[in-house]
Design a protein around this ligand. Structure first.
Ligand SMILES: Cc1ncc(COP(=O)(O)O)c(C=O)c1O
Length: 386
């Protein structure tokens, strides 16, 4: 059966409308099956050109004068990213790490619910998110409610990943937001595993606050900045804890007091990393050009195919079979997951990633992953486990 699935993989690649986008990326080893674009997206060729341009022309050539157009990069890249996640211009800024963005928004949300003393988070959510929540609660003397489906009546803010980093299960954002709103709580959605791979629609879901990352499916590069989203309706109430000068509405007036921007730019802090943002802009533009609807459709097709292959060889997966309930990766559960992930890379040139305690994640990044890569990955895994 795996032989027939190999033929199917070739057919699916032949019919893939996005197949040529792979040529936009640097492929140093054509034999490598890179199934890790959900952790670090591959390198766009245009990023290499853009890095050279920023270094040579803008930095070496333009020197301080280049700040004229660098200064608003966090907002410009945010506006480019906005349509990919169902946000409006002015609702997204790209800066700092996801962790910093999340800490800012948790503080801002707590300030909007001063009579409530509970922060809710799923105990299985991403570690950095949990640590940040714990740290803020400790500092402010608040309670953390660790529950996948918490009572929200006394909760100020709930932090929730849109796509589970282990199983790839999607939480319904509209339902979650409506439930929290009815209970008087705010939700901060973490879109790290959904931005650039799913058709996220923050506006339609009524979402008010979100963060996410750009180095996974958006191919922004190692350490590319995270982002924050604040809905236009809420932004006027957002008081952020780190009042840096980039959040000031008239930054160069050097005035005595902090007066925040009217939109999401009020979340900006200090001097942005221009090189990182320039690369992020390339990654975001590539996905926008390819079309997020086609990208999301291919993610569903790749992950469906991965699950079919897994089922065929008897590998156990906790990833949902409903295509609209799963993100852009498929996980395989195995007690020897760590060792198998290592052997996939060293013996089969298949790069996947291990998540403790027993998961091997196969990332399906639609602009770069081919169906034959998915087939190769699962076939190699089956060979190692039999
Ligand atoms: C779901 C999720 N949240 C938060 C983070 C932390 O991101 P950062 O290292 O940019 O703070 C990650 C990183 O992979 C993540 O996957």
């Amino acid at each position: 059966m795996m032989d027939q699935l190999a033929d199917r993989a070739r057919e699916l690649d032949g019919a893939d409308q996005l197949a040529t986008w792979r040529d936009e990326f640097v492929i140093t080893d054509p034999d490598l099956a890179y199934l890790d674009g959900n952790s670090l997206g591959m390198t766009p060729r245009r990023s290499l050109d853009r890095m050279r341009e920023v270094m040579e022309s803008e930095w070496a050539g333009g020197l301080i004068g280049s700040w004229e157009h660098w200064v608003d990069l966090p907002a410009r890249v945010g506006d480019a990213l906005a349509p990919l996640i169902g946000a409006e211009p002015g609702e997204v800024v790209v800066h700092d790490s996801v962790s910093v963005n999340l800490a800012q928004l948790v503080h801002a949300a707590l300030a909007m619910r001063p009579d409530r003393r509970v922060i809710a988070i799923d105990p299985a959510d991403f570690p950095s998110d949990r640590y940040i929540v714990d740290g803020i609660a400790r500092t402010l003397g608040l309670e953390v409610r660790r529950d996948a489906d918490p009572v929200l009546d006394d909760v100020a803010v709930m932090v929730r990943s849109h796509v589970d980093y282990r199983t790839a299960e999607v939480t319904d954002m509209a339902v979650g937001t409506a439930r929290a709103t009815a209970a008087g709580a705010l939700v901060i959605w973490d879109l790290s595993h959904s931005a650039g791979v799913l058709e996220v629609d923050l506006g339609a879901a009524g979402a008010e606050l979100a963060v996410g990352c750009t180095y996974k499916f958006l191919n922004g590069g190692p350490g590319s900045p995270g982002f924050s989203y604040v809905s236009t309706d809420l932004v006027g109430q957002v008081e952020q804890p780190i009042q840096g000068w980039f959040g000031h509405r008239d930054q160069f007036a050097m005035g005595p007091d902090f007066e925040p921007h009217a939109d999401a730019r009020r979340l900006l802090i200090g001097t942005p990393s221009v090189l990182a943002l320039a690369a992020t802009a390339v990654g975001v533009d590539l996905t926008a050009e390819a079309g997020i609807d086609l990208v999301a459709a291919k993610a569903r097709a790749l992950t469906a195919f991965a699950l079919e292959c897994c089922q065929d060889v008897g590998l156990d997966s906790p990833t949902p079979t409903d295509p609209f309930r799963r993100g852009g990766h498929v996980s395989v559960r195995h007690p020897d997951a760590r060792e198998l992930t290592r052997r996939l890379a060293t013996e089969h040139r298949v790069v996947a990633d291990f998540r403790t305690p027993d998961l091997i994640r196969l990332g399906c990044s639609p602009l770069t992953t081919r169906f034959v890569d998915v087939h190769r990955g699962v076939a190699a895994l089956a060979g190692l486990t039999n």
